[in-house]
Design a protein around this ligand. Structure first.
Ligand SMILES: [Zn+2]
Length: 223
């Protein structure tokens, strides 16, 4: 797809802000976690040669580079990759190993942003419910963050095995996506949460983290 420098800078600036905010919450222990934002096909600025670009254009997204301390800001924090998780510009940076998972989520949803964090509560929740292969949550107000408004709503957040071979996980993504549930947990690893833009992805991630803490604490009360 064609994108402008402005599109690129806008995506990087969203990632920069989000990274700073999540780092303040200690959501990137030991360089873990990754964030991405999809670049939309741009119609403007370069005129005719972009005519006909649409949402079916090849996927390009901005993602955090691998192995960086995400509590620090550097000029080398982000890069652009394609649907094969390969850089689309000349760079020395490496995309995160988990980039392929982002790519699969973009390919099978309308996500505009995907945020992935490792926390103690999302790890505990994934282990507590590993045999069910989903974390069930019933009748908690914050389920409404997913635009699910029924009383007594019950949701199930899917859990996937945490294979060391990332392509093996990526293969499972499409069939694991549950309508209305914008997230997938990897067992004893972390949550991928997404939304149509960064605002929605953040709201979803916060809701998931609240619900994981809730179910873990509820269980630990002997319930
Ligand atoms: Zn991870």
């Amino acid at each position: 797809m064609t994108y402008t420098l402005g599109d690129r800078e806008k995506a990087f600036s969203i990632l920069r802000e989000t990274k700073k905010e999540f780092a303040a919450r200690h959501w990137f222990p030991a360089t873990s976690g990754n964030l991405s934002v999809r670049l939309k096909a741009s119609q403007a600025e370069e005129g005719a040669d972009q005519a006909g670009e649409s949402s079916s254009s090849p996927l390009v997204f901005a993602i955090t580079s691998s192995g960086k301390d995400k509590s620090k800001e550097t000029p080398e924090d982000f890069l652009l990759v394609n649907e094969y998780a390969k850089p689309v510009e000349k760079t020395n940076l490496r995309p995160s190993a988990e980039t392929l998972i982002h790519s699969e989520i973009y390919r099978h949803t309308d996500a505009g942003a995907i945020f992935h964090v490792h926390t103690v509560f999302n790890n505990l929740a994934s282990e507590l419910f590993a045999e069910q292969t989903c974390v069930p949550v019933k009748d908690v107000e914050l389920i409404k963050a997913f635009n699910i408004w029924e009383e007594d709503a019950r949701i199930e957040i899917p859990i996937l095995p945490n294979y060391a071979d990332i392509p093996r996980i990526a293969e499972l993504i499409e069939e694991s996506i549950v309508p209305k549930i914008p997230g997938i947990l990897l067992r004893k690893h972390g949550i991928y949460a997404w939304g149509k833009n960064e605002f929605e992805a953040k709201r979803h991630l916060e809701a998931f983290e609240f619900l994981f803490e809730y179910v873990v604490r509820w269980k630990s009360l002997g319930q």
